[in-house]
Write a new protein. Structure first.
Length: 409
């Protein structure tokens, strides 16, 4: 972390006489600062023109070029990793709470299956970058039989540290445990920060909601079916004592007519009291954005009900055709939510007589109670939607592949 030069003068022999070169400048240190903060490195003082070094003497080369700006981020990343580990240990107190299931502290890597793929392969179907999230890049790869998969690898903006390892471990373990759910994508392999997953050829729910043709062609009955898929996925997750903690429409990807919930690298594995076996609360140190629950913005102790609140925002987007608080600054939106306010609905939706919109509006309000104790569980929302789908004679089949010229599955 330090770039230095000797501060004592060097000596050389010239014609049998000892001569001194110019004194070298004092050691210089490059200080690690916050992530991406620029650190200007001042140029070293020029040697005296009359000195031996100035006329051809030995010069120790600069390790840091003069007049250069160096950007460091490793110190901040390591700090984040230590902070992450402290909170992880704090949330699992040896005196009170323990992981709800034994598998939560384990890992099931299958590195050989991941290493079969070479991203440097020149094959046109191999190693094609299609997307990225905050933590990982998303590549399309091809199996020997032509089947396409998704390979997720850690982005270069993140270090290979404990925080990264544990986040991707939880993502893989959660998806492996949820393979029985039709509302979760398949996982085919995992190795430390990389994973092999099912390919979603038709993007995610947020992309579709933002598309005018999709909004015009989807129909209200299909919106209700989508809401049922969204809630069913979350209910399956919560039944395994997992809190996703990042529920949003972009996390639901369309595969074979079903919007499936993915991206579990921010999830929390719930713990339970050793004596009473009741669920313990947990803490998340950073809760940005405008789609989270009041208790997240207040940085209180949390439960899986934070996911239910965020799911209500997805229902809002299905009703309105856009995300919550689109024209409001994040800081202001967070204050509104903490004070009990909610994103505005149009008068048309508020007074709608459409039975599908009435059901979806009620489901949204079930999710958005200010007090989490009064908020419905994900499974309760599923039961409500099940009953309404039956009443309205809507089948729970996948979304049809074509409707009004719009690809849906």
């Amino acid at each position: 972390d330090f770039f230095t030069r000797r501060d004592r003068p060097t000596t050389a022999t010239a014609g049998g006489r000892q001569t001194k070169s110019a004194p070298l400048p004092p050691p210089r240190a490059v200080i690690l600062t916050r992530r991406f903060e620029a650190v200007p490195i001042p140029p070293a003082p020029a040697p005296d023109a009359n000195s031996a070094s100035g006329s051809g003497g030995d010069i120790i080369p600069e390790l840091v070029p003069p007049r250069r700006t160096i950007r460091f981020r490793r110190g901040e990343t390591e700090k984040s990793s230590h902070h992450y580990e402290r909170h992880r240990k704090k949330s699992v107190s040896k005196n009170r709470c323990a992981p709800a299931h034994d598998w939560m502290d384990r890992s099931f890597p299958t590195c050989n299956s991941v290493h079969e793929f070479d991203l440097s392969d020149s094959h046109p179907g191999q190693g094609f970058l299609i997307n990225n999230g905050h933590f990982r890049d998303v590549w399309v790869i091809e199996e020997y039989n032509g089947a396409k998969r998704v390979l997720k690898t850690l982005r270069t903006t993140h270090d290979f540290d404990y925080r990264s390892y544990d986040k991707e471990r939880k993502d893989a373990v959660a998806m492996e445990r949820l393979t029985s759910s039709p509302y979760i994508p398949e996982i085919f392999g995992y190795c430390f920060t990389s994973g092999l997953f099912e390919l979603a050829p038709h993007a995610d729910l947020l992309t579709h909601i933002r598309t005018e043709k999709w909004r015009d062609g989807i129909g209200n009955s299909n919106k209700l079916k989508i809401a049922h898929q969204v809630a069913s996925a979350l209910a399956d997750v919560h039944e395994l004592d997992i809190a996703h903690t990042d529920i949003a429409s972009k996390q639901y990807i369309l595969i074979n007519g079903i919007y499936k919930l993915n991206d579990f690298n921010r999830c929390t594995f719930m713990t339970r009291d050793r004596k009473t076996h009741e669920k313990c609360t947990f803490y998340v140190g950073k809760n940005p954005g405008v789609s989270r629950s009041p208790e997240e913005y207040e940085y209180k102790h949390l439960t899986e009900k934070i996911d239910v609140y965020s799911m209500g925002n997805i229902f809002y987007s299905l009703l309105m055709g856009f995300k919550v608080f689109t024209d409001v600054r994040s800081s202001k939106a967070q204050k509104i939510v903490m004070a009990g306010g909610r994103p505005k609905l149009s008068e048309e939706i508020e007074k709608s007589s459409d039975p599908f919109e009435i059901v979806l509006l009620h489901a949204m309000r079930m999710c958005q109670a200010q007090d989490r104790k009064e908020r419905a569980s994900a499974r309760e929302v599923v039961r409500f939607l099940d009953a309404e789908l039956d009443r309205l004679s809507i089948e729970r089949s996948p979304i049809s592949i074509m409707q009004h010229g719009v690809i849906l599955s």
